[in-house]
Design a protein around this ligand. Sequence first.
Ligand code: HEC
Ligand code: HEC
Ligand code: HEC
Length: 125
Amino acid sequence: MIKIGQMLAILALLFAGSASATEWKVPFPNVPKGEGESCVRDTAFMRANHMDLLSHQRDDTVHQGVRPKQTALTECLTCHAVKDEAAKPVTYSDPKHFCRTCHDYAAVTIDCFSCHNSAPEKAKP
Ligand code: HEC
Ligand code: HEC
Ligand code: HEC
């Protein structure tokens, strides 16, 4: 018979496990460094929440016509541009693309770049 105390301890362990799911317990992929001093939010926040920032913003833009400047996709891609040998920013078809360094590693697929350009100068759909 499991006592209440033991059960709480087990529950606490389970929750500790799920709470740290967004942290990397395995070797971190080699993510190219962004331009400038800092991101639009701190790096740890961006690591965990960039998708929410992007999709909230998308909803605002597409559904309400709001076009804030700072977190626009173009701006992300400008600071996070990875250049090829010809000093041209690579597109999402290149595994070196900033967004792919983690996504390939974490097996994440996104459809964004079927509409949006993945090179910075023209990320507008
Ligand atoms: C002003 C330049 C700038 C802009 C604009 C910018 N970033 Fe960043 N970003 C950085 C810097 C600098 C860092 C921290 C240093 C680094 O790359 O590790 C960073 C870190 C990150 C990280 C974490 C990288 C890691 O090593 O874990 C992610 C993810 C990220 N940014 C995504 C975005 C997204 C998405 C946008 C647009 C919403 C964006 N960034 C806009 C400069 C920028
Ligand atoms: C079916 C085509 C399509 C797909 C797929 C798509 N978008 Fe968009 N996106 C648009 C259109 C159209 C707009 C509105 C552009 C405008 O009016 O300036 C937009 C606007 C945006 C904006 C705000 C404007 C800007 O340039 O920053 C962001 C951010 C954005 N999308 C991110 C995403 C992300 C992230 C994904 C993937 C999860 C995605 N989009 C997938 C068509 C698409
Ligand atoms: C620091 C590593 C890292 C970088 C760099 C990164 N991502 Fe991600 N991204 C992830 C991880 C991990 C997930 C999956 C998170 C989850 O499933 O909870 C994800 C998920 C997403 C999602 C949601 C996908 C879905 O189906 O739910 C979008 C959209 C996204 N990323 C867009 C981007 C864009 C655009 C860039 C480049 C500007 C980028 N990410 C760069 C790690 C990263």
